[in-house]
Design a protein around this ligand. Structure first.
Ligand code: SAM
Length: 239
């Protein structure tokens, strides 16, 4: 038997109430993540309570930055084993979610996870952020784009901002002080049609683990030449 108290209390702090279906989905997600982690590299965090805080509650903390009642579509770039995308989808089932990663094994794991959890209105894409952003079905189609632990902010903005609608938001999950990184990326963000609205620093619910969120508004369309071809945003971040 699993004790979900940490998740429930953390959610309470975030203003979220989970129903029994959602609690069950979080447990099944944990079980499948651990089962598959034995045969592929999905996560270094495996202890139940730690997963609740460092993966599940961490993923949900963007509610501190965004009013989820206004979000109908979310894109998660470099989702890996589904963070933050899967916890967000479980918690806000009405949101249409798309999770993208360049590693096919992880995408297959995600598709199996959606089936197992009975999640609808969610898809996983195998591909590079730079390439799918050129596709009309994905470009500037999302109210919210999230990304955790993928790249530096200038590179990441070139991956993510092209997916966000004008008026939407890109939330970058970071840790520690991001002031310098944010200042260094400011010009790139402007070129890509974004503007830093805020940077939030806080501890994850029920823990002393710190998290920083950089909240970037999409104020203008991203010029068609961005993102540049795959690999360039990482090798030569806009400055
Ligand atoms: C360190 S993992 C983080 C995974 C997840 N977001 C998390 O926080 O647990 C980084 C992921 O980003 C993916 N990734 C890196 N660059 C990418 C790109 N250009 N396009 C798509 N996925 C990318 C990798 O395949 C990897 O799964």
């Amino acid at each position: 038997m699993y004790n979900l108290e940490i998740l429930e209390k953390g959610c309470e702090e975030l203003g979220i109430t989970l129903n029994d279906t959602q609690k069950h989905q979080f447990i099944r997600f944990y079980e499948y993540l651990i089962e598959k982690n034995k045969v592929m590299n999905l996560t270094g965090i495996t202890e139940f309570d730690e997963v609740l805080v460092k993966h599940f509650l961490d993923s949900l903390c963007c509610v501190k930055a965004v009013d989820m009642s206004q979000v109908k579509t979310v894109m998660d770039i470099g989702t890996g084993a589904g963070f933050p995308g899967v916890p967000l989808k479980i918690t806000f089932p009405e949101v249409e979610a798309c999770l993208l990663d360049s590693l096919n094994k992880r995408v297959k794991f995600l598709e199996e996870t959606f089936e197992l959890l009975g999640l609808n209105g969610i898809s996983a894409i195998h591909g590079r952020a730079e390439e799918y952003a050129k596709n009309k079905s994905y470009r500037e189609k999302y109210d919210l784009c999230v990304s955790r632990a993928v790249s530096g902010l200038a590179t990441l903005s070139e991956y993510c901002l092209p997916y966000v609608k004008v008026g939407g938001v890109f939330v970058s999950y970071k840790s520690g002080s991001v002031k310098e990184e944010a200042e260094a990326a400011e010009k790139a963000i402007k070129i890509l049609g974004g503007k830093i609205r805020d940077i939030r620093y806080f501890d994850l619910p029920g823990s002393e683990i710190s998290r920083s969120l950089v909240i970037i508004e999409k104020v203008k369309n991203t010029p068609g030449k961005y993102p540049r071809k795959a690999g360039t945003p990482l090798r030569e971040p806009l400055a």
